[in-house]
Design a protein around this ligand. Structure first.
Ligand SMILES: [Zn+2]
Length: 406
């Protein structure tokens, strides 16, 4: 590496370590920021010589990145931004911290995908899904899909691993010549009722979909979730045992196997590693306290709330909503979520914006009770499982009450 990049790398690691020592998080954002100030090309220098996979999409990218890093780990050391710092400062910091590794698996914020592709020249890009998110600052989903499409069209050498079940993803990957399709199912359809190419309605039946006015249709996937396993491109079915709950994580595992497959990792080698992942920065973590088994589920936008309802057991459920900066300040997305699946279980609500949620639940005819704190919630449910579904900062608040559970 050039001298400037070496100095920048050292400064980045030092700043991150100082930030950690001062108890200000894992330091990856500030460390990467300082490194990039000293050498704007630092990410390019650090990525060079590594086989890189990028994972992007609205939902599931942190979990999929973690599972993919575990799978690619079969081949050797992997650098990864496992704590969700998914912008270039986080990538820079993750690569600087790990030193030289043959592989890197990086979660990328969907807005930054073009610039991170330019900087890291990845071998594989995984495209998970696109749906509405943070209404006050995220791009409109069709614009996001267009941005991806334009970017991938100018990098035909990159292998793309893409979700065949999401029409927006299929459309954005259509210009790529080397696509491996996976099917992980899609519960949320509200952002793809119409074709992004022609504007005609998208028809759906039995897991298939097609445009009613142009040739865009679901491609045949090479990796498919079936029952509690995954079918690989050779047609072999593999049982997938995960500690992570729900069908959505089976889909994330299928994606991880597909990406690792591009590096030459076989499912039989990767699966034992996937089964050892138990939680990701507190997500899916289970904590026993006062006879209650608390499980933490993070839900950030309408599509991920639907997935969380699917993952949660039929048990008392605490919902917590904030609207601070990292969450997005606009809570009108609550009206995009159908909370009806919660009608037949005890529901508690809390958080800064609990009363926004209260109005939504009342209209949705979901009985609920408001509590002022996590401890009050804990005291008001019987011993046994308590499911907690919270958005970003609300999740972090509860994680702090539980001593920063990982
Ligand atoms: Zn069409």
């Amino acid at each position: 590496m050039p001298l400037r990049a070496i100095v920048a790398t050292t400064a980045s690691k030092t700043a991150a370590a100082l930030s950690r020592a001062a108890g200000r998080g894992d330091g990856s954002v500030i460390g990467g920021w300082i490194g990039l100030k000293i050498d704007p090309d630092l990410l390019t220098h650090l990525a060079s010589g590594r086989a890189v996979a990028l994972v992007s999409g609205t939902n599931g990218k942190t979990t999929t990145t973690r599972l993919t890093a575990a799978a690619v780990g079969v081949l050797g050391r992997v650098a990864t931004n496992s704590f969700g710092a998914n912008m270039p400062s986080g990538h820079t910091s993750a690569l600087a911290k790990e030193g030289h590794t043959p592989f890197a698996v990086l979660e990328v914020d969907e807005h930054y995908l073009p610039q991170v592709i330019e900087a890291t020249r990845p071998k594989v890009v995984a495209l998970l899904n696109l749906s509405r998110d943070q209404l006050d600052r995220a791009k409109e989903v069709a614009m996001m899909a267009q941005l991806w499409k334009t970017t991938l069209a100018s990098h035909p050498d990159i292998r793309v691993v893409a979700n065949a079940d999401d029409p927006l993803v299929v459309w954005s990957a259509a210009a790529s010549t080397q696509v491996t399709w996976f099917s992980a199912g899609q519960r949320w359809h509200d952002d793809s009722f119409v074709c992004p190419e022609s504007g005609h309605p998208i028809e759906r039946a039995n897991g298939d979909w097609w445009c009613s006015g142009c040739p865009l249709r679901r491609p045949r996937p090479q990796w498919v979730v079936e029952e509690d396993g995954v079918i690989d491109p050779r047609g072999d079915w593999h049982l997938v045992k995960l500690q992570l709950p729900g069908k959505v994580n089976l889909g994330n595992a299928a994606t991880a196997l597909a990406v690792a497959g591009e590096f030459g990792v076989r499912p039989i080698e990767a699966l034992p590693r996937l089964s050892r992942v138990s939680s990701i920065a507190g997500r899916y973590a289970q904590v026993d306290r006062d006879g209650r088994n608390i499980r933490l589920l993070l839900a950030k936008n309408p599509a991920s709330w639907l997935e969380a309802f699917d993952m949660a057991d039929q048990a008392p459920t605490l919902l917590s909503i904030n609207a601070r900066d990292p969450d997005g300040l606009d809570t009108s997305w609550l009206w995009d979520v159908d909370f009806a699946p919660l009608r037949d279980r005890p529901v508690l609500i809390t958080g800064d914006r609990a009363f926004d949620l209260a109005v939504r639940l009342q209209v949705n005819q979901v009985p609920f009770r408001h509590v002022n704190s996590f401890d009050e919630a804990l005291a008001s449910v019987p011993p046994g499982r308590l499911e907690v579904i919270a958005n970003y900062t609300a999740f972090q608040d509860i994680r702090a009450v539980l001593d920063r559970v990982n």
